[in-house]
Design a protein around this ligand. Structure first.
Ligand code: C2E
Ligand code: MG
Ligand code: MG
Ligand code: MG
Length: 280
């Protein structure tokens, strides 16, 4: 009897796997179609100088809402595009759109764009990305690329070459989600980064627990010594912003300063802050 029940469980389990695979394939097809139909969009979230509250740049965040599937998070569809081998096609449309939007912003504002791990394993990535910004006409010195510790770990030699090629062209590179990956602090020495983004996990607990406050304090002081800029991610409350300022953190990003918004809303936001930016 127990054997039969066991077999039944296996059947249910493999049925779930089959369902999961079917869903992934549906998602893949829908995403491939969305790329072709130009339905994948990019939103922008402000990054501010914590001392002056001035906007210094925007992070581009991929957005996709399918007619049948509804809103799909980039943390779902970006890894899917990587696994199914079309991350380059996705990244190209996203970077093209983001760079195009950035052309209308004041020149001193930078555009920050997320790179996926698969892109950091492909030696052609730097050439490809520089060609896209070149075609759009965005000064590469206004571009910043966010990479994660995990992505750097995957193939450190190739990643390092890509990063130095990009930096040689004037692109800045930041280490995203810092503190959550499994890399060692030695990465900060061996790799040339320009900026470190402290993960939201520390920021959201900075008011509640002392440990997070000490960790942020240590990261800020380490970055100061290494001459790296620091951005705190996921600031949702004024109390967090105040504490981060007190700890000497230079930049911040989060719902407290602004949620990700589409290109048009971003222009409207900028036109309220800059006299010379005309709202579309
Ligand atoms: P990330 O690069 O660490 O981006 C920050 C995430 O935190 C974004 O989620 C953003 O909307 C969210 N966020 C910002 N401020 C706050 C806040 O105050 N509170 C909370 N709770 N969340 C906040 P999102 O847009 O869902 O993106 C998730 C992840 O997907 C990103 O994490 C990034 O790893 C990836 N991603 C998004 N767009 C792209 C892209 O164009 N290319 C690649 N390769 N990855 C992307
Ligand atoms: Mg990011
Ligand atoms: Mg992040
Ligand atoms: Mg993240």
């Amino acid at each position: 009897r127990s054997k039969r029940r066991g077999r039944g469980q296996i059947t249910v389990y493999s049925h779930e796997i089959a369902q999961e695979m079917k869903r992934a394939t549906q998602l893949e097809q829908a995403l491939r179609n969305a790329i072709i139909a130009d339905e994948v969009d990019v939103h922008f979230q402000p990054i501010v100088d914590l001392r002056s509250d001035a906007v210094v740049g925007f992070e581009a965040l991929a957005r996709w809402c399918d007619a049948d599937l509804g809103y799909v998070s980039p943390s779902v569809f970006v890894p899917l595009a990587e696994e199914r081998g079309f991350i380059d096609a996705l990244a190209e449309v996203l970077l093209r759109k983001a760079a195009q939007a950035a052309l209308s912003w004041p020149k001193e504002l930078f555009l920050s764009f997320n790179l996926s791990s698969a892109q950091l394993m492909d030696p052609a990535t730097s050439t490809r990305l520089l060609a896209i910004v070149g075609q759009v006409g965005l000064d590469p010195r206004r571009l910043e690329l966010e990479i994660t510790e995990t992505a750097v770990m995957a193939d450190a030699d190739v990643a390092q070459r890509i990063v130095s090629e990009l930096r040689a062209a004037g692109v800045r590179v930041s280490l995203d989600d810092f503190g959550t990956g499994q890399s060692s602090l030695g990465r900060l020495r061996d790799f040339s980064f320009d900026k470190v983004k402290i993960d939201r996990a520390f920021v959201s607990r900075i008011s509640a627990d002392r440990a997070s406050e000490h960790i942020v304090k240590a990261i800020v002081s380490m970055c100061e010594g290494l001459e790296l800029e620091v951005v705190a991610e996921g600031i949702e409350h004024s109390s967090e912003a105040l504490k981060l300022k007190a700890l000497g953190c230079g930049m911040g990003q989060g719902y407290f300063y602004g949620k990700p918004a589409d290109a048009v809303a971003t222009m409207r936001y900028l036109s309220q802050r800059y006299r010379d930016v005309a709202a579309r």
